[in-house]
Design a binder for this molecule. Structure first.
Ligand code: PGA
Length: 260
C-alpha cells in the first residue's frame, strides 16, 4: 500500500473479553464509516481475533495481532505463531514499548517477528520510540536509528514495502502526556532520513509512518496534519467508540463517498 491511505489503528491491549469484543465491534461498525482513503485496523486480544475475524466486514476494518511468536511452529508452549494467524489478521504490531519494556523483547526478537510477519503475508507495524530518559539526554534520533536497524536488519527493500513504522515515544504512551506535533515531525523526518540511508530515497518517501502516544479526539488532528505522518496508533482512545470514530472522520480528508 502506498501512502495514499491514512492508517488508523486501535490497540485494545489487555482489555475486553471475547463477548465484550464482539459487542464493541458491533458498536464500532455502526459508528465508523468506511472510506477509501482510510484503513481502519483493530487490534483486540489474541483470544478475540478468531471470532472477530468471522464477524468483521473487511472493507470496514482490518484486524491486527498485538503480538505473536516468530517461529512458525514447534515446541513453544503458550505461544501463537504468525503462520497460525495467517488468514485471520492482516496486520501485526511488533516491538510495542510494552513488549520491549515489560516483557524484555530484544531487537533480535523484534527483527525475527518483522520477518515472520512478512513471510506469512501479514503487514508488521514496527513500533519505535525513545524513553523519557533518552529524550532528556538528547538521544532520540540515535534511539530511532538503532531501533530501525535492529528491527529491519533481516528485511530487503522489496519486503520493506509491507512494513509500517509507528513512532511511539515511550514517555507519551498511556501517560496522557502528548508529544508536540513539532517533535513528532522531527522524529518522522529522522526516521525517513535513516530509511533513506538504509534503503534509498524512494523507499523513504513511500514508507508509511504513524504516530502513537496518548492521542485523543482533540489532539488527533494536529498529528494528522503533519505532512509525513500517515496515521495514528491509539490505545486508550480506541476503547471509546465515539472518540475513535471521530478520529477516523478527522483522518478522512478525501472526497470519496463512504463505501460502507
Ligand atoms: P495510548 O497507547 O494511546 O493509550 O497512549 C498507545 C499505544 O500503546 O500504542
Amino acid at each position: 500500500m502506498a501512502r495514499d491511505k491514512k492508517i488508523i489503528i486501535g490497540n485494545w491491549k489487555m482489555n475486553l473479553n471475547v463477548h465484550e469484543s464482539s459487542l464493541y465491534l458491533h458498536k464500532l461498525s455502526n459508528l465508523v464509516k468506511a472510506h477509501r482513503d482510510i484503513e481502519v485496523v483493530l487490534a483486540p486480544s489474541m483470544l478475540a481475533l478468531q471470532s472477530l475475524s468471522l464477524q468483521v466486514n473487511l472493507r470496514q476494518f482490518k484486524l491486527a495481532a498485538q503480538n505473536f511468536y516468530w517461529r512458525d511452529h514447534g515446541h513453544f508452549t503458550g505461544e501463537v505463531s504468525a503462520s497460525q494467524l495467517r488468514g485471520v489478521i492482516q496486520y501485526a504490531i511488533v516491538g510495542h514499548s510494552e513488549r520491549r519494556h515489560v516483557f524484555y523483547e530484544t531487537d533480535k526478537d523484534i527483527r525475527n517477528k518483522v520477518a515472520a510477519a512478512i513471510r506469512n503475508d501479514i503487514r508488521p507495524i514496527l513500533c519505535i520510540g525513545e524513553t523519557a530518559w533518552e529524550r532528556s539526554a538528547g538521544e532520540t534520533v540515535d534511539v530511532l536509528r538503532d531501533q530501525l536497524i535492529g528491527g529491519l536488519s533481516n528485511i530487503t527493500s522489496d519486503e520493506l514495502k509491507h512494513v509500517i513504522i509507528a513512532y511511539e515515544p515511550v514517555w507519551a504512551i498511556g501517560m496522557g502526556q502528548n508529544a508536540m506535533p513539532s517533535d513528532v515531525d522531527k522524529a518522522q523526518k529522522a526516521i525517513r532520513r535513516q530509511i533513506e540511508h538504509l534503503y534509498g530515497t524512494k523507499a523513504s518517501e513511500s514508507l508509511s509512518i504513524l504516530y502513537g502516544g496518548s492521542v485523543t479526539a482533540d489532539s488527533a488532528g494536529g498529528y494528522l496534519a503533519i505532512e509525513g505522518i500517515d496515521g495514528l496508533l491509539m490505545g486508550a482512545a480506541s476503547l471509546d467508540a465515539y472518540a475513535f470514530s471521530g478520529i477516523v472522520e478527522k483522518a478522512h480528508k478525501g472526497s470519496d463517498v463512504a463505501i460502507k
